[in-house]
Design a protein around this ligand. Structure first.
Ligand code: AMP
Ligand code: MG
Length: 318
């Protein structure tokens, strides 16, 4: 039998053409991909993840020419953002055209589109005559996968193939931007900092939380969660005091010395928020497998990708 983890792009293309699922590497996190024009294939994504059908999927393209077959219209601000950030960790929400099925968009009139920045996946997509839908390759509400092994740990050989592109270089899901006319609205904080979006299109608004009718599941309160209880803390040493007789793991920005912690995962000794983002999910996977009673995560500086990291940790703690 073939290994599930592979670098054979032609084999992965063949599987996708046959309406099977393939896990794909991207710069954000690994995705669980299927042909967007085949509803049977797309349904397999929802089944594999245990993802509710009201959660729309992100469509992955490799060339700007593909936009016209997917979106009815493209606001000028979207064109600017695509020119600046694609391929890259930015998803645009655009009015969908009729070719895109309601299954992909969960019945919405809009479709989420992104061009991922990973050489293997771009090569894979170039050889297909359809884009793929690909949400993060993890069971619903769980921590995203940033390596082929994370995907294998979750799904084993239930996925026909996992294309191994190494560890994800950004490590956080894409920043999702929608449009109210020409005005950009951020639906989900992610791999591109808000400041960088604003430097491109001017001030943006943030979509406010509405848990009853989430516009984007990235907005659901519980998401990105390890199986172990996680507490986001402004003062880790103080929080640890409440757990003296328990096995505690700490997720820290740059410090590594926490008395009474069994394990400390330090994300960036040089205090680089991009490096911390890249290492975040792998550290959460390790902490989750360490048999801890509780994970205490330090709140990150509220700037750059620190804003997106805090967003993930807040939801992981719910
Ligand atoms: P995931 O790839 O699992 O991180 O999830 C994809 C994200 O894209 C979710 O947060 C979706 O809600 C969001 N998304 C996809 N399509 C749309 C859409 N049409 N409108 C708003 N959000 C969307
Ligand atoms: Mg996800």
């Amino acid at each position: 039998m073939r290994n599930t983890i592979t670098t054979d792009i032609a084999y992965c293309q063949e599987l996708l053409q046959n309406n099977e699922l393939v896990a794909i590497p991207t710069e954000t996190v690994y995705g669980l991909a299927a042909n967007i024009f085949n509803d049977t294939a797309v349904r397999k994504i929802f089944e594999m993840k245990g993802r509710p059908m009201f959660n729309p999927l992100i469509v992955h393209i490799h060339h700007l020419d593909q936009l016209s077959s997917l979106a009815k219209s493209v606001p000028e601000a979207a064109t600017k953002l695509a020119a600046r950030f694609w391929p890259g960790p930015l998803t645009l929400i655009l009015e969908k055209n009729a070719l895109v099925s309601d299954l992909v968009t969960a019945g919405k009139s809009t479709v989420a589109i992104r061009m991922p920045n990973h050489p293997l996946t771009l090569q894979l997509l170039q050889g297909l005559d359809f884009p793929v839908a690909a949400p993060s390759a993890n069971p619903f509400t769980r921590v995203s996968s940033t390596s082929a092994q994370h995907v294998a740990d979750y799904f084993g050989n239930r996925i026909p193939a996992i294309l191994d592109g190494g560890p994800c270089m950004v490590g956080l899901e894409s920043t999702i931007v929608g449009f109210d006319g020409e005005a950009a609205v951020v639906y989900r904080k992610g791999g591109i900092a808000l400041k960088a979006i604003e430097a491109c299109v001017g001030q943006v608004s943030l979509l406010t939380k509405n848990e009853d009718a989430p516009q984007a599941p990235g907005m659901l309160a519980k998401h990105y969660s390890p199986g172990t209880k996680l507490i986001l803390s402004d003062d880790v040493l103080k929080t640890i005091e409440g757990f003296t007789s328990q096995k505690v793991g700490v997720l820290a920005f740059y410090e590594s010395n926490f008395a009474n912690a069994s394990i400390v995962e330090t994300l960036s000794e040089k205090q680089d928020l991009d490096e911390a983002a890249q290492k975040l999910f792998a550290a959460l996977h390790r902490l989750d497998q360490a048999g801890l009673d509780v994970i205490i995560a330090q709140r990150f500086p509220n700037e750059g990708l620190g804003i997106s990291i805090n967003d993930r940790l807040e939801r992981a703690g719910n």
